[in-house]
Design a protein. Structure first.
Length: 364
């Protein structure tokens, strides 16, 4: 019942926002070009959080000197409070300069929230669900330079200062030997490279995006852990006819031993909508997601999506592991036709039930 209440509130809210959004976004001329700001209130209810409320904002702009045909820079801001004294602040950003030759990507955030823990592996039982509270500041920053057409390389830094509190007394996590269950600092340095021919960062209609990253813990920068990780994220977009789009996302991520459990790979994210967040987690994730995106009427559009994925202790085991499937559908409301920004409302369904998602822009 509470899930239905949450869904009803958000759909009602989307309807109200849809009427309000018919007005053109306010344009402010500053030291940046074409600055546009979109702000949305958020209201939801879940048993784990109680009443939640806050706001989401998205600013798009082009730095001074950038051409109007270049990709816009973007800064997203979210602030959420709950009646159970939980708090989330997140500000991911993607900044372009020098005709897109420089790209700065990262996130500032502070999280005081609950998280799910079922144990490790693809066979973790749903009956073992327990939650734990964690609060941490987050800082992500990567700088990349284009060295060949559409190909960029760069360096990055990750920081999370975890404080894990309120473990279930005598529970699965408390009795485990998971690294990081008492908290600690993640401080990692890494290298990144990507190839990007997408025509739009918010709503690609064609092109290819492939990003590889390798990070390792930096003891001299205060890391509490000693581990390394590698990720390969590939996305493909093709325009079928008119505004009908096919999108695909293949992902491979692997971590070494001694990875803190808070930084494990997991199913239940954007790629595998339909499972509880962190439902299955382990060192390695292999997943594939497909989406069919289509217009409905006016500013409204829809999507059908499906995914399959697994987690395992290492890469070798991933290809003989059981895979979990999910599928679903969603509605989009286009806030800015030129840049492609939109409200995303999705419902993902798996063998364990359904999950509801409400946020800004596409999952990938």
């Amino acid at each position: 019942m509470t899930r239905i209440v949450a869904i009803f509130i958000v759909f009602l809210y989307v309807g109200v926002i849809s009427l309000q959004a018919q007005k053109k976004p306010k344009v402010v001329q500053d030291s940046t070009k074409n600055f546009k700001l979109i702000a949305l209130p958020v209201l939801f209810y879940l048993p784990e959080t109680g009443l939640g409320y806050g706001g989401l904002g998205l600013a798009t702009f082009r730095l001074k000197g950038e051409s109007k045909s270049s990709r816009p820079s973007a800064v997203q801001l979210g602030i959420t409070f709950t009646s159970k004294r939980q708090f989330l602040f997140f500000m991911p950003y993607e900044i372009y300069s020098d005709d897109e030759k420089w790209r700065f990507i990262g996130e500032l955030g502070y999280y005081q929230y609950f998280y799910n823990f079922y144990g490790r592996g693809i066979n973790a039982s749903i009956d073992d669900l327990e939650t734990y509270d964690a609060d941490f500041p987050r800082f992500r920053f990567s700088t990349l330079r284009e060295i060949a057409p559409n190909f960029s390389i760069g360096a990055g830094y990750e920081f999370d200062g975890f404080n894990v509190i309120r473990l279930a007394d005598g529970g699965l996590l408390e009795n485990s030997n998971e690294v990081g269950k008492e908290g600690g600092t993640i401080s990692n340095l890494g290298l990144l490279a990507f190839y990007d021919t997408r025509d739009n960062i918010f709503f690609p209609t064609k092109g290819l995006f492939i990003q590889g990253s390798a990070f390792t813990s930096a003891k001299f920068l205060g890391s509490s852990f000693s581990y390394h990780k590698f990720e390969l994220d590939a996305r493909y977009y093709r325009q079928l006819k008119g505004k009908h789009i096919l999108a695909a996302n293949a992902f491979l991520g692997t971590r070494s031993k001694n990875t803190p459990f808070l930084d494990l790979n997991f199913l239940g994210s954007k790629r595998t909508r339909g499972y509880n967040n962190r439902r299955f987690q382990d060192n390695t994730e292999v997943s594939l997601a497909l989406e069919y995106r289509f217009p409905i009427k006016g500013r409204f559009a829809g999507t059908l999506f499906g995914s399959t994925g697994t987690v395992s202790p290492d890469i070798g085991a991933a290809f003989s592991s059981a895979y979990k499937n999910a599928a679903g559908a969603g509605i989009r409301y286009i806030l800015n036709r030129k840049e492609g920004t939109r409200i995303r409302v999705d419902y993902g369904l798996s063998s364990e039930g359904g999950q509801f998602y409400f946020t800004i822009n596409e999952a990938f």
